[in-house]
Design a protein around this ligand. Structure first.
Ligand SMILES: [Zn+2]
Length: 89
């Protein structure tokens, strides 16, 4: 891990902590909570590392495909929460 990045807008040191990764495409959003990123303490803006994005994006793409299929068959269900392993809380 290199030195802490600084928020260009607020000139504050970002904090390495869990936040929510959010991805939107074609009106579908996928949220992945408890992902570590550099977060600005002022506005909560997160900078995800390329390694983490690479890991998450594979899963996010699969979830998007599932959501698109559900929409195509006009499912009444519009929100899904998927968890893997032990609950952190
Ligand atoms: Zn900031």
């Amino acid at each position: 891990m290199t030195s802490k990045p600084t928020c260009g807008e607020h000139q504050t040191l970002k904090e390495w902590r869990p936040t929510t990764f959010e991805y939107r495409e074609e009106g579908i959003s996928v949220r992945v909570p408890n992902v570590y990123a550099w977060v600005c303490p002022e506005d909560g803006e997160a900078s995800f590392t390329p390694e983490i994005v690479d890991e998450i994006i594979v899963t996010v793409r699969e979830l998007l495909e599932s959501a698109k299929r559900a929409r195509a068959r006009r499912s009444v269900l519009t929100e899904y929460i998927v968890s893997v392993g032990e609950h952190a809380a």
